[in-house]
Design a protein around this ligand. Structure first.
Ligand code: ARG
Length: 481
């Protein structure tokens, strides 16, 4: 049986079915499809299109479908092209007469757009929750790191030493922007397309406002053609996930580098590392590598889907069915990435001695020396030149002699002198990074507080969004007013 057998007969080529079915992947929209159908039916009742007895009967049938799907006893049929078809077919089996009224004033075009918005609202918000969980793990490690310091790098060359907590929170702030971006995407997508029909609305007295309200949508579509053709929210979700994936890949790359024997700044717990099938001694950072690698796939999901959207004429086109695979793929992969990375971070050991040894590179104190000169009234350009030439002279003596020669030159310099030598100790140098947002202990303590507050605020924002997913029942004839 097909939904259009009145027009085309019911003979369908197998090849058509195999290409066009989406049930194999869109069945995960079932909870959203059922919720949207219940709201739709109550809207039909408010419009006087069906009676309250009919409403009750259809809703009972929808409840039964929900139970069957939950128990795994729901029998999908040969012709169930997608989840919408399957649910409607089963409702009509349970309540043959009234079930045939479920699809009144509705098309799968506004139905699937509604389901997918409900789904994305919930799933994207829950991914944001996992990002906050990972951020918490970073914060805990940052707190544990205390005064530990390491070289900070630019161009992957030692630059100035920084607190480990500062370094970890640098990744944390990028993640906080990801959470913020996701929340904005969710707020923007919270518009109901239900009532747009196939593309043009309906001659029936539907109540799209009331339906929107019942589904927790902030507002209702303004233009029925836009409502069924718009997948901006999928593209935005994919972008948010791709950029989040890019952020995670940068962090992951550092974990890979930090866990090499050469650098040795981090030891990954055995449970979060992998071995080699051939090399008995190996301990590999596969989680970090997969996180790094999956960034490519997330970017692919985004760019592939943008290519699908490009040039699509109004309004609904079947191309849009291609929205689900990339969205599900990105969400599923991101979820796994975030959970694994959080475990890795929570259980990792930072090798503070290695970090400190690496930071004990007198060259890293150059900027501190220049700033000392500045505070003694030397113009910065001049200070830069003075210290630069000391570094140059010391470097000319070779790597092993550098520390000694540099210290002698600093101590002998009329504008610097023996007191400046204390700045060559990176443990002292790092305490001097006091400007707002800087890498030293006073500024980082403040930063940690602000980060903590930010996580709390974002958790509250997500709780507000999660409340939209609680089914509340009918909103009343006038919608949310
Ligand atoms: N499975 C379809 C999709 O995901 C549902 C909408 C089908 N609409 C249509 N006119 N064939 O987009």
């Amino acid at each position: 049986m097909t939904l259009w057998e009145g027009r085309l007969g019911s003979d369908q080529a197998r090849a058509l079915m195999e290409l066009s079915e989406s049930l194999s992947f869109d069945r995960r929209l079932a909870p959203d499809d059922l919720r949207a159908s219940r709201a739709h039916v109550r809207g039909l009742e408010r419009g006087g299109i069906i009676t309250s007895d009919e409403t009750a009967e259809i809703i009972q049938a929808l409840d039964q479908v929900e139970r069957e799907l939950g128990e795994g006893s729901f029998a999908f049929a040969e012709g169930d092209e997608d989840i919408h078809t399957a649910v409607e077919r089963r409702v009509s089996e349970i309540a043959p007469v009234t079930g045939a009224k479920l699809h009144t004033g509705r098309s799968r075009n506004d139905q699937v757009a509604t389901d997918l918005r409900l789904f994305t609202r919930r799933e994207l918000s829950s991914v944001a929750g996992l990002v906050i969980d990972l951020s918490e793990a970073l914060l805990v490690q940052a707190q544990k790191a205390g005064g530990a310091y390491l070289p900070g790098y630019t161009h992957l060359q030692r630059a100035q030493c920084v607190l480990l907590s500062h370094h970890l929170l640098a990744h944390g702030w990028a993640l906080s922007r990801d959470v913020d971006r996701i929340i904005h995407t969710v707020v923007r997508l919270n518009v109901s397309p239900l009532g747009a029909g196939a593309l043009a609305g309906s001659s029936l007295p539907l109540d799209p406002e009331g339906v929107a309200c019942e589904l927790g949508f902030e507002s209702c579509f303004e233009n029925s053609m836009d409502a069924v053709g718009d997948r901006d929210f999928v593209a935005e979700a994919l972008f948010d996930l791709a950029l989040l994936g890019v952020h995670l890949s940068r962090f992951a790359e550092e974990i890979v580098i930090w866990s090499t024997q050469e650098v040795g700044f981090i030891s990954i717990a055995d449970a979060y590392a992998t071995g080699s099938s051939m090399l008995p001694q190996k301990k590999n950072p596969d989680i970090a590598e997969l996180v790094r690698g999956k960034a490519g796939r997330l970017i692919g999901d985004l760019t592939g889907f943008l290519a699908t959207l490009k040039g699509l004429p109004l309004a609904y086109n079947r191309d849009l069915q291609e929205d689900k695979d990339p969205l599900f793929d990105s969400l599923d992969n991101m979820r796994r990435e975030l959970v694994a990375l959080k475990g890795l971070i929570e259980t990792a050991t930072f090798q503070l001695d290695r970090m400190r040894d690496a930071a004990h590179d007198e060259g890293s104190a150059a900027t501190d020396l220049a700033e000392l000169l500045v505070s003694n009234g030397v113009p910065f350009r001049e200070a830069h030149r003075v210290v630069g030439s000391l570094v140059r002279q010391a470097a000319a003596q070779g790597r092993s002699l550098f520390p000694e020669v540099f210290a002698e030159l600093v101590s002998a310099h009329p504008l610097l002198g023996p007191e400046a030598l204390q700045l060559l100790d990176p443990g002292v140098g790092v305490t001097r990074r006091t400007s707002p947002g800087a890498a030293g202990p006073v500024a980082v303590a403040r930063q940690m507080e602000r980060f903590r507050e930010r996580l709390d605020v974002d958790r509250n924002r997500l709780e507000t969004l999660a409340a939209l997913d609680v089914e509340v029942g009918a909103c009343g004839g006038s919608g949310r007013g």
